[in-house]
Ligand binder design. Sequence first.
Ligand SMILES: Cc1cc2nc3c(=O)[nH]c(=O)nc-3n(C[C@H](O)[C@H](O)[C@H](O)COP(=O)(O)O)c2cc1C
Length: 259
Amino acid sequence: MIRIDEVLTEEIKKRCSRRRFSEKPITVQEEVEILKVIEKINDEGNLEFQCCINYGDEAFEGLKASYGIIKGCSSYAALVGDSRDETIEEKIGYYGEYLVLKLTQMGFGTCWVGGTFDKKAVAKDIKTEYSDKIYCVIALGNLEGKEKTSFEKVIGFFGRNRKSIGELFYSIKKVKAEDKKWIENGLECVRKAPSALNSQPWIFGYNGENIYIKSKGNKTGFEKIDLGIAMLHFQMGAEEKGFKGQWKFIKNCWEFIKK
Ligand SMILES: Cc1cc2nc3c(=O)[nH]c(=O)nc-3n(C[C@H](O)[C@H](O)[C@H](O)COP(=O)(O)O)c2cc1C
């Protein structure tokens, strides 16, 4: 069972991936705020998230030119967890996205990064126990301005195409009329969620009693992390419209149960 007790739908609406950062460093007070969120996540989720504030340039602008997709970024959070946990990837997605939304609330720009970072540079700064794995990093920092740069607009073009509610949930017509509102708002929040290569590998269903979610495909290798991200967005959207629920892993499937 996983559940964060906060509704951050304003941040869900505001968030988009940012890949150009300003030189303005993160202050000590801000770092303390970020560390508090990470501590909460690690306590509640039994995770090992860590961060590297103001000295992480090498992670994105190391030797390999292809890493240059993210520029001016000198801070990141490393999403670390125990690879022996059978639902670790969903947890990384769920709690990693909570961190993204809290960073958005603090006014920082963020980008989930699964591939385009220098793993050796990150491994130098991040501690891992023997069965721990660094699943992803979140690039974070101050932005030059609210508006995206022209480069970000070109890259962000990929992320604009979103599946419709009907494509995410084929049998939406089967749900009871009184449940429509919170389910649709949950799905609206899922439509705004980030996913690796914007693949949106999510399928929702209804088993007569509860809503469930599954990931589909294996195009990117990040499908289960994307699943956890969508679970958080759905939960917050549902709660905004009065339905308090939590995700439970039942017989190999994530079901959304009334709290
Ligand atoms: C698990 C995961 C991995 C990602 N990896 C990268 C990456 O390596 N490089 C990158 O530039 N963006 C990466 N992204 C960002 C996605 O491309 C982006 O979320 C998607 O295109 C949707 O755009 P949006 O975040 O602006 O809504 C990743 C996102 C997720 C969720």
